[in-house]
Design a protein around this ligand. Structure first.
Ligand SMILES: Cc1cc2nc3c(=O)[nH]c(=O)nc-3n(C[C@H](O)[C@H](O)[C@H](O)COP(=O)(O)O)c2cc1C
Length: 139
């Protein structure tokens, strides 16, 4: 037992025409389920990829990650980090969301995340720092 933080990245399988509405559906069910399971975190989304930070009790994070991995809306999932933590980095987020768009692409770029070097190419600590920066912009 104990708190852990898990970070993964994946390739989006969403079709561009439906991408925003699908992401809205994903975040809605993520927030509903994460509230029940006391999971917090942040989801980063670009045109072709996802990265997500999940925080909570190790058993519930493992169970949630198992469901996420099986979701056909993404693939080529890479587990980047899974570590015990003393406290949460996203305590107020049942699941935060930042999409790369005209407004946020500058910040993604500051952390080295570009279309050529997208979320799955990044180390976990860069993704956690980027998510933290974007969560502060939204708080
Ligand atoms: C990129 C992505 C992120 C997701 N994040 C979560 C999450 O944080 N928590 C969760 O319970 N489900 C998450 N899901 C959804 C699960 O994979 C799964 O679809 C959901 O738990 C099924 O519930 P529903 O059928 O009621 O929507 C995510 C799915 C995708 C594709």
């Amino acid at each position: 037992m104990g708190l852990i933080r898990l970070v993964y990245a994946s390739e989006s399988r969403l079709v561009e025409a439906n991408r925003h509405s699908e992401i809205d559906r994903i975040i809605e069910s993520a927030r509903r389920l994460n509230t029940i399971h006391d999971i917090t975190g942040f989801l980063l989304s670009t045109e072709s990829a996802f990265a997500q930070v999940l925080e909570g009790e190790s058993s519930t994070v493992a169970e949630t990650y198992g469901r996420i991995v099986a979701d056909p809306r993404h693939g080529a999932i890479r587990l980047l980090a899974e570590h015990p933590i003393d406290q949460r980095s996203f305590p107020q987020w049942s699941m935060g969301l930042a999409e790369r768009n005209e407004t946020t692409s500058f910040i993604f770029g500051l952390y080295g995340v570009t279309p050529e070097n997208d979320l799955p190419q990044q180390p976990a600590d860069v993704l956690i720092d980027l998510a933290g920066e974007l969560s502060r912009q939204r708080a």
